[in-house]
Design a protein around this ligand. Structure first.
Ligand SMILES: [Fe+2]
Length: 238
């Protein structure tokens, strides 16, 4: 059987912009996913991340399925996480592929910056406050439903930013007829986060995995435990 351990992608070089300079304006347009990746690598070479600049650069790229279709791998039952670029260790860039009606659990982002851009279809995002944890007492009824704070619908090429400081969220493809594809950047990369039960606020630690890397299906040799959503694996099955 062929090994499915892909090598890191080679990204063509583009004229280097000077990020990290106050007042630098992002390019008006970015013509390809590879060019976008080159800009992102340059931005994240700086020790400080300019959130507005990252969002502006993501907006400057207009989705072209020819750029990213080789990374777009769907599963019949759950959304998938597909690694596109490791960003020299500073971030993970990935495609999330959402079948009709697929959604994530409510989750945090492990203290990372989270950027999201719609490449195909549309997604709905619902945000929540962090659940309050009763301190110094037994939580007998565990009936602490989570408080919703906002809802928004993201359409093609829309961009948004999320972090733990802004709360928790759930993302879903509300369409029952059209799949959706989104581009996500997480910095720094993380391999574990938490998901939350909306009715009780109960937190479950999870590790996150990839369905594919660089366009190749990941060859998982062991059987993972039941997955609440694809690529999000419960570590505490109690
Ligand atoms: Fe998220």
């Amino acid at each position: 059987m062929a090994t499915l351990t892909p090598a890191a992608r080679e990204i063509p070089s583009f004229p280097a912009p000077s990020y990290g300079t106050k007042g630098y304006l992002p390019p008006a347009s970015i013509s390809s996913l590879d060019e976008l990746i080159a800009h992102l690598r340059d931005i994240f070479a700086s020790p400080e991340v300019d959130i507005d600049l990252v969002q502006a650069v993501l907006r400057s790229y207009k989705s072209n399925p020819a750029d990213w279709k080789k990374f777009a791998k769907f599963d019949e039952y759950r959304y998938t996480r597909n690694l596109v670029d490791e960003g020299n260790g500073k971030y993970n860039l990935m495609l999330l592929c959402w079948g009709e009606g697929h959604g994530s659990p409510i989750h945090d982002h492990a203290d990372a910056h989270c950027f999201m851009k719609i490449l195909q279809g549309g997604l709905s995002e619902v945000r929540f406050e962090w659940p309050e944890k009763p301190e110094g007492q037994v939580d007998e009824d565990e009936n602490h439903s989570m408080k919703e704070t906002s809802r928004c619908d993201l359409s093609l090429n829309g961009v948004c930013y999320m972090s733990d400081a802004l709360g928790l969220h759930r993302v879903e493809n509300p369409s029952h007829t059209q799949p959706a594809v989104s581009l996500h950047l997480y910095s720094p990369p993380f391999s574990a986060c938490s998901m939350f039960d909306q009715r009780t606020g109960h937190e479950t630690k999870c590790k996150v995995t990839f369905w594919s890397k660089y366009g190749e299906k990941v060859n998982n040799t062991s059987s993972p435990p039941p997955q609440p959503s694809n690529g999000v694996v419960s570590l505490s099955a109690d």
